[in-house]
Design a protein around this ligand. Structure first.
Ligand code: SF4
Length: 524
């Protein structure tokens, strides 16, 4: 067990938890109670003792939801499809009513919310770099917006009042009095039908907001103003509230980042820090260092197959490392590690891996030097040295989060390559120039895994349905698409189906290319 939140916060947090659902500051306030569960702005750190396992399990559940949101956005899903996706994902993994199991009565409050615990766990995990913060912020805002939109009018009003957002529903008599002015503004900025739809909602379709909070709308004459207040249509209220949430979370992430660097990383080095660090890199798919559920180990590749496999089936990260070691007959530590584990994941045996590294390195250094300085690391990657751990190949997240220096080749090329180098690398894969441009644009927009998925599609004529999440998954999907079986032999896959030939990119009969795919980091 360990405590989340500082001890000072305990009484405060318990008191807050003890507050009624969708609490309303009813004393003097105008808000009626609502049955909707309370939506959190995550301004108060929950505080209680929970087990490290529960903490981690909750964090992973939230990650599943955020990852699904990120995937959906990157795949260009429409708003209605996103709504459905978020309903399904939150229903499965993160109901707002879920609580931490246990008796919290001694703390004087209701049970701790899973939603809040998991948010704060991931906040800590994703506060550590700018890229992680951006990813977390984007997807948390989407989740928050979805939940805010689902609140009924009373719960919305309670939320606004509780968080001191001075956005009041318009009084019917005020609406009646100002209807003409409001109508003129709306008809001036949108189509007649749209304006009428908003006006027909009456007073309940508008909120009165202090004008300085919507300065851009006021400046653009996009809202009706009276007595220092702007009358904002309900739809735009969501943007305002989400904007406030984004600003608050962004600030909190910056604070958490400083705290992490100054205290948590050091003080919790043994216990919490490793869990937190691993969370942002966690890959929720198959472990490519181990056999799959059905006992499969991915395609098996032998030394002699490596060059052709690299050409047709390696993702850009592995191909870049493979080409570098064959060109320079050397790779720095991080690059060696990434490629060694990747090659282990595609089924290259230890003996053949050793031969590969020795052959390449010994074009530049004597065999004794290789034995002394490099052979150990190859055996170590296979769990034959040191603690004898069967290390797993790097996930996309891990590759994306690394920052190679000059002369290093590890990481994800969609992130680390400049525009020119990426264009050249993709051109080398015989991808049509207009597709290369699209892929480079995706990479520039930080959608590295999406860009990688588009490369797969351009070179294989198929998509990876669940998106690219792991370099070894890319390899396995490529082998499947090209008709290789688990033995690594071409045609294996087709024996059972009776299909005559492997599917090749652009070949007649290959599945038509679909619109772009994606997943994304838990990239961040
Ligand atoms: S997205 Fe993943 S598989 Fe693709 S190049 Fe980057 S790290 Fe490799």
């Amino acid at each position: 067990m360990f405590a989340i939140g500082g001890k000072k916060d305990q009484a405060k947090a318990a008191a807050l938890r003890a507050a009624p659902k969708s609490a309303s500051k009813t004393s003097g306030g105008s808000v009626r109670p609502s049955n909707h569960p309370k939506l959190s702005m995550y301004t108060e750190t929950p505080s209680a003792d929970i087990s490290l396992e529960t903490f981690e399990a909750f964090a992973l559940d939230r990650m599943r939801v955020l990852k699904a949101i990120d995937d959906g956005l990157s795949r260009g899903k429409k708003p209605a499809e996103m709504e459905q996706l978020m309903n399904e994902e939150t229903g499965k993994h993160l109901k707002i009513t879920d609580v931490v199991p246990g008796d919290f009565s001694t703390l004087g409050g209701a049970p701790l919310s899973k939603d809040e615990v998991s948010h704060f766990a991931l906040r800590l995990a994703y506060c550590r770099t700018e890229e992680l913060r951006r990813w977390f912020l984007l997807n948390e805002c989407q989740l928050f917006k979805h939940r805010f939109n689902k609140l009924d009018a009373y719960a919305k009003a309670a939320f606004l009042e509780e968080h001191d957002m001075e956005y009041k529903p318009l009084k019917p008599e005020t609406f009646a009095e100002k209807r003409k002015g409001i109508s003129e503004v709306l008809h001036g900025i949108m189509k007649r039908d749209d304006a009428e739809k908003i006006l027909n909602a009456g007073a309940s379709g508008f909120y009165a907001v202090p004008f300085e909070e919507v300065a851009d709308l006021v400046r653009g004459r996009r809202v009706f103003m009276a007595d220092g207040e702007a009358y904002v249509p309900r739809d735009q209220l969501t943007s305002l509230v989400v904007g406030a949430f984004r600003a608050s979370l962004s600030k909190s992430l910056a604070v958490a980042s400083r705290r992490w660097a100054q205290h948590v990383a050091g003080e919790e080095r043994e216990r919490l820090a490793p869990v937190i660090v691993s969370l942002s890199k966690r890959y929720l798919g198959r472990d490519f260092g181990k056999p799959g559920d059905a006992g499969e180990r991915g395609s098996v590749v032998t030394l002699k197959d490596l060059p052709s496999a690299a050409k047709t089936s390696f993702p850009l990260c592995a191909k870049n490392l493979f080409d570098a070691v064959r060109r320079e007959h050397h790779l720095r530590h991080e690059g060696r590690r990434q490629l060694q584990l990747y090659m282990k994941g595609i089924g290259l045996s230890l003996e053949e891996a050793m031969l590969f590294w020795k052959t390449e390195f010994c074009k530049k250094i004597p065999a004794e030097k290789f034995e002394k300085e490099y052979a150990y690391a190859v055996r170590h990657a296979y769990g034959k040295e040191g603690k004898r751990v069967d290390y797993t190949p790097h996930t996309c997240m891990k590759c994306i989060s690394s920052n190679p220096g000059a002369g290093e080749h590890h990481g994800c090329p969609y992130k680390t390559f400049g525009e020119e180098s990426l264009t050249a690398a993709l051109g080398g894969l015989s991808i049509a120039p207009h597709k290369v441009r699209d892929i480079v644009q995706k990479a520039k927009a930080h959608h590295y895994q999406l860009a990688c998925g588009m490369t797969f599609e351009a070179t294989h004529g198929k998509t990876i349905e669940e998106g690219v999440q792991h370099p070894n998954q890319y390899f396995d999907e490529s082998r499947k698409a090209l008709g290789f079986g688990a033995s690594g032999k071409e045609g294996d896959e087709n024996k059972e189906t009776g299909s005559a030939s492997p599917v090749t990119p652009g070949a007649a009969g290959a599945r038509p290319a679909r619109p772009s795919i994606q997943p994304a980091p838990v990239s961040a």
